[in-house]
Ligand binder design. Sequence first.
Ligand code: NAD
Length: 264
Amino acid sequence: MGGLTGVPVGGLVAGRSALVTGAGQGIGLEIARLLHEHGARVTLADVDAERAAKAAAEIAGGDADSVLGPGRDVIGLGCDVTDETSVENAVRHTAERFGGLDILVNNAGITRDASLRRMSAADFDAVIGVHLKGSWLGVRAASAVMREARRGSIVNISSLSGKSGNPGQTNYSAAKAGIVGLTKAAAKELAHRGVRVNAVQPGLIRTAMTEAMPPEVFAAREADIPMKRAGQPREVAGAVLFLASDLSGYMTGAVLEVGGGRLM
Ligand code: NAD
C-alpha cells in the first residue's frame, strides 16, 4: 500500500487482472483505459475482434498484441458474450496470461429500440441475449475463477432505463432491470467467498449508442437532467474503478447511479 493518501503505489488497481466486455469503443474502452491507468493488466473483449485489437493497441500506446503472444499487459480479444464457450475462453485466456482474474466488467451492449407494436420477438431476444444472458455468462465464468482465489470484483453495467423504464425500450429496460436482480443474487451467493458483485446505472452518456438518437430527442433528454448535460464515458469509468478497487471493499450488491442527478 502507498503513502498518506492510502492509494496503492501504481494506482487503485495496481497489479490486478481485469476483463472488460464490449471494450472496443465507448464506455467499455474508457473503463479499460482507466483500469489500465490505475495499474491493471486488462483484456479488452469485443464481438468485433478488430475493434478490440485496435482499442487495446491504443491503450498500450500502439504496442499491444492482438490476441495472444507473451509478456504484455493489454490484450484485445474477439468475444461474443452471448456465446458460452466464447465467454469462458475470454476468462481463461485472461486468467492464464495474467495469472488470475480479479476484475470483470460486464459492459457489452446493443439496442434494438421499437414500440411494442413494432418490436419483433427477435429484437427482444437479441437485447436480452447480449445484456442479461451475456452478463450472467460472464458472472458465472469469472466467479468460478474468483471464488477459488477468494477475491474478485464484478461490475455489471445496467442503466437508468432499468430503473425507470423507457418507452421504445421494453427489451432494453427489461434486460437492464434484470441485471440488477442478477447482481444482487450473485452478490449474496459469492460474498462469503470474497467475491463482490455490484452494478452501475449510467444515465445519458455520449457514445455511438446515443449518437444514433435524433438530435432533438438527445437535447430534450439533456434538458431533463439536473446537471443539464450528458455524461462522458470516463465519468462512468470512474464509478467502475471505485467498485473494482479496494476503496469499495465493504460494498456488494450495490447499484450506483451515474446520471447527473436524473431519477434520484
Ligand atoms: P457502444 O455501442 O458504443 O459500445 C458497445 C460495444 O459492445 C461495441 O464495441 C460492440 O461491438 C460491443 N458488443 C455488442 N454486442 C456484443 C457481444 N455480443 N459481445 C461482445 N461485445 C459486444 O455502447 P456504449 O454506449 O459504450 O454502452 C456500453 C454499455 O453501457 C452498454 O451495456 C450500454 O447498455 C450501457 N449504457 C450506455 C448508456 C449510454 O447513454 N451510452 C447509458 C446507460 C447504459
